[in-house]
Design a protein around this ligand. Structure first.
Ligand SMILES: [Fe+2]
Ligand SMILES: [Fe+2]
Length: 415
């Protein structure tokens, strides 16, 4: 049964079947969807539509007389969201569940435990002690385990870093990003582990740099800058002294500040002379540094960071950077991609609700023709839809791509 409701009578759990009035009077690009987000409910309340058509059978709330009653009791532990009203509430509003709360709690635990170990390891290096490999490989194993459960929870948690814990948590974050990227490009298990270890230890040389310089709030002098840049070689020497460190880990430690155009340090390596491991290290290192919240700077969002990194010509390997985007599920808005579901889609601005990828599919690669635009929720798991590759619009005959791109990016999402 379809019910016709005033916009202000719409609640969470209702299945919207359509809107009455001009499509210009509501902000959604589609008109059939289940209301699961309180912000969407508020958008409908504030819209100028004449009425909202609600499909009772597909709703998850039951309709009793004029009121709407919850079909099942609210689940414990959920976050209740209500909005102010001068009228007494006419209906029960369901709490909004947070399916990622458990992942975040577990990732917080892993980050805290890893940080503790890394502080002990790095403080030991400062005192001239050798690194115990069993200790750090255990940290990599727990981070790897966490990334395998949820690709981005740990990376999100470690963005917040105080001055005192920056180096340790940065190491944990770069380890997680390296493991994630290594998995994305299909490296073998032993290589994934080594890349994770490389991320964890890439900045160990900072333990050999004067702390007053590392923590200096203002601009560095030329001499101080040279001292900071020496951390790559110092770290390499510390790891070499330990004896049993894999070559890839030594390589990343020494070369994670090299650039493909030869303008990096310490050896100004260029092109193929920069190994895959060092290229991966450069991307993961810069991404975490820019997205981190520090006492002296606001963090950039993942999308802002990825967009900027893509524009730094000569710095990163572009193919590897695209694999990195896939590994964290973040794309510069306007990027044209091909999906596993045989469609072309455009990356949309993510809005203010985090960094989940939003894609608008608009072209069938099988039929080679435009299709009605519809949103795609990219899946973290195999079997769901996902990005295969970046595409050239000319290859698909999308000749006026800038105009089409701008048009598609003007479409708004419902959720
Ligand atoms: Fe570094
Ligand atoms: Fe770093």
């Amino acid at each position: 049964m379809t019910r016709r409701l005033a916009p202000t009578d719409v609640t969470l759990g209702m299945y919207v079947q359509g809107f009455e009035g001009s499509w210009l009077s509501h902000p959604f690009w589609r008109s059939k969807f289940l209301l699961t987000d309180p912000e969407d409910v508020l958008l409908i309340h504030a819209s100028r539509v004449e009425a909202v058509l609600v499909d009772e059978a597909r709703s998850t709330v039951s309709f009793v007389g004029e009121k709407v009653a919850a079909a099942e009791p609210p689940r414990a532990g959920n976050v209740a969201r209500r909005w102010a009203s001068s009228e007494p509430p006419a209906r029960e509003v369901w709490p909004v569940s947070d399916p990622h709360a458990a992942d975040r709690a577990r990732a917080t635990k892993v980050a805290g435990a890893s940080k503790k170990v890394m502080k002990r390891v790095f403080d030991g290096c400062r005192l001239g002690r050798a690194i115990r490999m069993d200790e750090v490989t255990d940290v990599v194993a727990s981070i790897e385990d966490e990334v395998d459960r949820n690709r981005t929870a740990l990376i999100g948690i470690t963005r917040l870093k105080s001055k005192d814990e920056y180096t340790y948590l940065h190491s944990v974050a770069v380890c997680a990003l390296m493991v994630n990227l290594a998995r994305e490009i299909g490296l073998k298990e032993t290589e994934v582990r080594e890349m994770g270890l490389a991320g964890l230890l890439h900045d160990v040389g900072k333990m050999g740099v004067d702390e007053a310089i590392l923590n200096k709030p203002g601009a560095l002098s030329e001499a101080e800058y040279v001292a900071v840049r020496r951390h790559a070689e110092i770290g390499h020497a510390i790891l070499e002294k330990g004896g049993e460190v894999p070559d890839r880990v030594l390589d990343v430690c020494l070369h994670h500040h090299e650039r493909l155009d030869g303008r990096g340090y310490p050896h100004r390596l260029a092109g193929d002379a920069v190994s895959l491991a060092a290229r991966m290290g450069a991307i993961c290192d810069v991404y975490d540094a820019i997205t981190s919240r520090r006492s002296y700077k606001e963090p950039w969002t993942p999308v802002e960071t990825i967009t900027a990194m893509e524009q730094w010509a000569g710095h990163f390997d572009p193919n590897l950077l695209f694999s990195f985007m896939k590994s964290i599920g973040v794309y510069p808005p306007g990027t044209l991609v091909r999906l596993r579901s045989n469609q072309l889609a455009i990356a949309m601005p993510n809005g203010r609700r985090g960094s989940r990828p939003k894609m608008l599919a608009f072209y069938s690669t099988c039929d080679r023709e435009m299709i009605e635009p519809h949103s795609i929720q990219l899946a973290d798991h195999l079997g769901g839809d996902g990005v295969i590759s970046r595409e050239d619009p000319d290859r698909w005959g999308l000749s006026d791509w800038p105009a089409l791109r701008d048009h598609l990016m003007g479409v708004k999402f419902a959720a």
